[in-house]
Design a protein. Structure first.
Length: 186
């Protein structure tokens, strides 16, 4: 029988109130709180907290606080990823982000979702779908990336976009819903 965490990471319906998941979220919130409250002059402590919160992060990760996530351990970052102020990553499923990715302020990445059936929601079940972002992507401020979406390498997502479907490599995409507006040179 699968644990609730195994169900969550597999994209199956799971109980978010499970004791293990609740404890992992509590731990992440404590680390996020420490990171968000840290003075700018404590670079070594900032690096330590980022490594503890995001153990699958490459080198050169920079986070402008405040930053929020559910677990942290389900986020994989390449090298030199930048999160501007007020970014949110709901990482109930794997969130994979390539190298040299830039997130504008208030970008939200949602791997979390809820079942369509009211009966499943009524009993508190949730689900997740992985999100993947390729290398050298720039996501403009206020964009929302929905569950199950893949954004191709070297693409640019316009500010305020709501990304509901996959975006290919080497394009500029924007809008609500986000759509490809033009091809860009790699």
């Amino acid at each position: 029988m699968k644990s609730e965490k195994e169900k969550m990471l597999a994209g199956e319906l799971y109980d978010p109130l499970d004791a293990q998941l609740s404890e992992e979220r509590r731990r992440a919130r404590l680390l996020v709180g420490q990171l968000n409250g840290l003075p700018d002059d404590q670079a070594d402590e900032r690096e330590r907290l980022i490594r503890e919160l995001l153990p699958n992060a490459g080198s050169g990760t920079w986070i402008q606080p405040p930053f929020y996530c559910d677990y942290g351990g389900n986020i994989t970052l390449g090298d030199n990823v930048f999160f501007n102020f007020n970014c949110v990553v709901l990482d109930v499923a794997p969130v994979r982000i390539g190298s040299r990715v830039l997130f504008g302020p208030a970008v939200q990445i949602y791997a979390a979702t809820h079942p369509l059936r009211a009966a499943d929601r009524r009993i508190g079940l949730e689900a997740g779908k992985p999100v993947e972002i390729g290398d050298d992507v720039w996501v403009g401020g206020g964009a929302v990336i929905c569950p199950g979406v893949r954004i191709g390498s070297r693409s640019v997502i316009g500010a305020g976009s709501v990304v509901t479907k996959d975006v290919p490599d080497d394009v500029f995409a924007a809008g609500n819903p986000c759509r490809v507006l033009k091809k860009i040179e790699p």
